[in-house]
Design a protein around this ligand. Structure first.
Ligand code: UT7
Length: 323
């Protein structure tokens, strides 16, 4: 017998306010046609005034717990991915811990920007196998609207707010079992900081700063890096492209999703795309997409799921799991 870690619950939350492309075209020199053609985005959700990353993450976590049939008392680990924490410290994960009423275990944040959820899932998996944690919440939660320069049309049209969460549970299975989390591939390269970064922070400027991106340069790296990460992960796990039931990618741009799928010969009918309605929600995008495809019945228990993401750092990676 061997130890495995399964995804047993999924939940998500989107703030109620929807900002359409037409809404943004009244703020900066852009239009619905350009945004849809270049990104696939039609609208995005924006957190209400006073609604914090921890609030979004808390609702997503509660929904994931309810889906798993568990309560906060059952959880001993929270790993929360965000680039938009409530405060510089304490970790937003500990604020969620308090808000869901979890009085045991440990909670901390992971910072890998748009790849945050992919990194957080791998981190929680490793801690559960090696450090005695039994049931975890892995959360991606962002209020990117708070770090956008709303006068910069090259970035403000791209992002949105939201949160997604999964519950992980440790189990035992036959040595030949191919259930649960099967593998992860994580990469970073700090050489490209100037292509995607926030121009503020406590140590550098004592301000929060705004997101800056050379989008067309990031685009080129994204397709190559993501395809490389997926190839490495499939090689590492001995799984073929054809065996994947659902491809649940980070939602930055429909053209990136299509480009990666083409490069990897993944059928477009297997891609979960939510970018049209959510925009890019950074660390929240993968669990939000997973949650959407479970809710509408596309993804079912037993399906083999491949995630991927790439963003600031650069940081990129992929996870493979059977639900
Ligand atoms: O999740 C983190 C990772 N992020 C990404 O993966 C994002 C990757 N990048 C992208 O998705 C795309 O590069 C963008 C959507 C950001 C931009 O699309 P693009 O096809 O690469 O356009 P571009 O940056 O090359 O700009 C083309 C033109 C420029 O005008 P000129 O110089 O050709 O006259 C821009 O000024 O489009 C202009 N433009 C806009 N026009 C209308 C840029 N933003 C806008 C806008 N509305 N919002």
């Amino acid at each position: 017998m061997k130890t495995i870690v399964r995804v047993t619950g999924v939940g998500s939350y989107l703030p109620s306010t929807v900002l359409t492309n037409d809404d943004i075209s009244r703020m900066v020199d852009t239009n619905d046609e350009w945004i849809r053609a270049r990104t696939g985005i039609g609208s995005r959700h924006i957190a209400a005034e006073g609604e914090l990353t921890s609030d979004l993450g808390t609702v997503a976590a509660q929904r994931a717990l309810s889906h798993a049939g568990l309560t906060a008392n059952d959880i001993d680990l929270i790993v929360l991915a965000t680039a938009t924490p409530d405060l510089t410290f304490p970790a937003t994960a500990t604020i969620v811990q308090q808000k869901i009423g979890m009085k045991q275990g440990a909670a901390f944040d992971v910072g890998a920007v748009c790849s945050g959820f992919v990194f957080a899932l791998a981190t929680a998996d490793g801690l559960m196998r090696n450090s005695g944690f039994n049931r975890a919440l892995v959360i991606g939660a962002e209020t990117f609207s708070r770090i956008l320069d709303w006068s910069d049309r090259t970035t403000c049209v791209l992002f949105g707010d939201g949160a997604g969460a999964v519950v992980l549970e440790k189990d035992t299975a036959d040595d030949s079992s191919q259930d649960g989390l099967l593998g992860h591939h994580l990469r970073t390269d700090g050489a490209h900081k100037e292509l995607l970064y926030v121009d503020g922070g406590p140590s550098a400027t004592q301000t929060v700063g705004h997101l800056r991106m050379v989008g067309n340069q990031v685009f080129k790296h994204a397709v190559v890096n993501i395809a490389g990460a997926v190839d490495s992960l499939l090689k590492q796990t001995g799984v073929s492209h054809e065996a994947i039931d659902w491809f649940v990618p980070h939602q930055a741009n429909q053209r990136i999703l299509d480009g990666v799928a083409k490069r990897l010969s993944i059928d477009s009918s297997k891609i979960v795309s939510t970018v049209g309605k959510h925009g890019n929600t950074s660390a929240a995008s993968v669990p939000l997409a997973l949650s959407a495809a479970l809710d509408d019945g596309r993804i079912k228990k037993g399906d083999l799921i491949l995630t991927e993401a790439m963003g600031g750092g650069f940081a990129w990676g992929a996870n493979l799991f059977r639900l």
